[in-house]
Design a binder for this molecule. Structure first.
Ligand SMILES: Cc1cc2nc3c(=O)[nH]c(=O)nc-3n(C[C@H](O)[C@H](O)[C@H](O)COP(=O)(O)O)c2cc1C
Length: 234
């Protein structure tokens, strides 16, 4: 037997064991998406206020994602609907993460938009606690090759939106998500919105932030476009 054949046999054997153990779950998830024509985009809202500016902005992003193709379906998850506890190393938090985890890890999910208000120049504690449950995905690859985008809302025009987007992005790269920004024409690192708290006429009405809403639409579109492409090509 040639070296080439030996190497091939070794590779196939290793790949079989890895697949059985779920180590290449990322590849598996994309294959499943190919079988099912629909590609799901989920938006996760980390605001401590349900249905407010972050939630509205995420829905704008999801509505825009749907315009990309009739094969896109969407869902908005409000983290405030679930009881989350801090995740500890090697342990399982006793909370309701098991009601959200399977939803986002579902092979039909091609993209996830993470939305957080800016709290003290950071993501909210709710969003942080949610992401801190992702530890096992570093081994399982359950989120690998799913597309991700970040949407942030702050009370000031420059209230920390981009810093929060970068912080969330860094965490998601760690679980092998494919990061995208808001694309053309706004073209930055994600959706960045301004809930102008100083102006009573527009406060808490995020639809008044024209530029921010354009970034939300762009982000939704980018996530959908790339998720569809990933589902077809893999
Ligand atoms: C605890 C707390 C901290 C905040 N920190 C900031 C901040 O650092 N920078 C900023 O621009 N806005 C800050 N804000 C304002 C929120 O980001 C803004 O009101 C946002 O629209 C809230 O999102 P929601 O409507 O989804 O609740 C803070 C709000 C709260 C409640």
């Amino acid at each position: 037997m040639t070296d080439k054949n030996l190497n091939r046999r070794h590779f196939l054997g290793t790949a079989g064991v890895a697949a059985a153990a779920g180590i290449i779950a990322g590849a598996k998830s994309v294959q499943a998406a190919e079988g099912n024509k629909k590609v799901k985009i989920i938006a996760v809202c980390g605001s401590h206020r349900k249905g407010k500016t972050t939630s509205t902005a995420l829905q704008i992003a999801l509505d825009s994602a749907k315009t990309v193709s009739p094969d896109i379906e969407t869902e908005l998850i409000e983290l405030m609907d679930y009881k989350l506890e801090p995740a500890v190393p090697g342990g399982n938090a006793v909370d309701e993460y098991d009601k959200i985890g399977p939803k986002i890890a579902d092979p039909a999910v091609g993209g996830i938009i993470f939305g957080s208000p800016v709290y003290f120049s950071n993501m909210t504690s709710m969003m942080k606690m949610f992401i801190e449950h992702f530890g096992p995905y570093k081994k399982s690859g359950a989120l690998s090759n799913k597309v991700a985008g970040v949407l942030t809302v702050a009370g000031a025009r420059n209230g920390g939106q981009e810093g929060v987007a970068q912080s969330i992005t860094a965490a998601l790269l760690g679980v092998e998500m494919i990061m995208v920004g808001d694309g053309r024409p706004t073209g930055h690192s994600g959706a960045t919105l301004w809930n102008n708290g100083k102006d009573e006429a527009v406060k808490d009405n995020i639809t008044k932030d024209e530029f921010g809403c354009a970034t939300a639409k762009g982000l939704g579109k980018r996530v959908a476009e790339v998720a569809l492409r990933m589902a077809k090509k893999s």
